[in-house]
Design a binder for this molecule. Structure first.
Ligand SMILES: [Zn+2]
Length: 137
C-alpha cells in the first residue's frame, strides 16, 4: 500500500517555468539547480563567472560550494542553457544569451559585454599594394 503523502512533492519555486526549462534540457530540477537557475535566468541576459555566481548564491542563502557552482554551470552549458565565453586560459564567463553574438572583455572592470553580430560590418579594407596581392590558395 502506498501513502500518497510520501510521494515526492514538486519543489516550491518562484519560477515554476525554470523547473520546466531544466526538465526540457534534460536536467533533474533539484532544489540547488532551480535556485541557481533563478539567479542566472531570473533577470536580463548577463555574463557571470563561477566566482560571481558563488557570491550571489551565498547572498541568496543558497548554500553551495564553488565546486558545485562549477559543476552546475558546466551542466547548464552542456544542456545548451548557457554559453561559455573564455577570455583567457584561466578565466571563463557564462552567458545566459546563447544566441550568436560577439564579446568585448573589459579587462579593467573584469566584465564581458556583448557586441550584436548585426553591428559588425567589415568594410573599406584597403587594397593590398601591387606587389603584395594575395593569391587564392
Ligand atoms: Zn554575450
Amino acid at each position: 500500500m502506498t501513502d500518497r503523502s510520501l510521494a515526492p512533492r514538486p519543489i516550491p519555486s518562484r519560477s515554476p517555468c525554470l523547473t520546466a526549462v531544466l526538465r526540457m534540457a534534460g536536467l533533474r530540477p533539484t532544489r540547488q539547480r532551480v535556485a541557481l537557475a533563478e539567479l542566472l535566468f531570473g533577470g536580463p541576459h548577463r555574463h557571470v563567472s563561477a566566482e560571481q555566481l558563488h557570491v550571489e548564491a551565498l547572498g541568496a542563502h543558497v548554500n553551495v560550494s564553488l565546486a558545485t557552482i562549477y559543476n552546475s554551470l558546466h551542466q547548464f552549458r552542456e544542456a545548451g542553457l548557457l554559453r561559455e565565453v573564455a577570455v583567457d586560459a584561466s578565466r571563463s564567463y557564462f552567458d545566459t544569451d546563447t544566441s550568436d553574438h560577439h564579446h568585448f572583455y573589459l579587462e579593467d572592470e573584469q566584465r564581458v559585454i556583448d557586441i550584436p553580430s548585426s553591428s559588425i560590418v567589415i568594410q573599406n579594407l584597403p587594397e593590398p599594394p601591387e606587389r603584395h596581392q594575395h593569391h587564392p590558395c
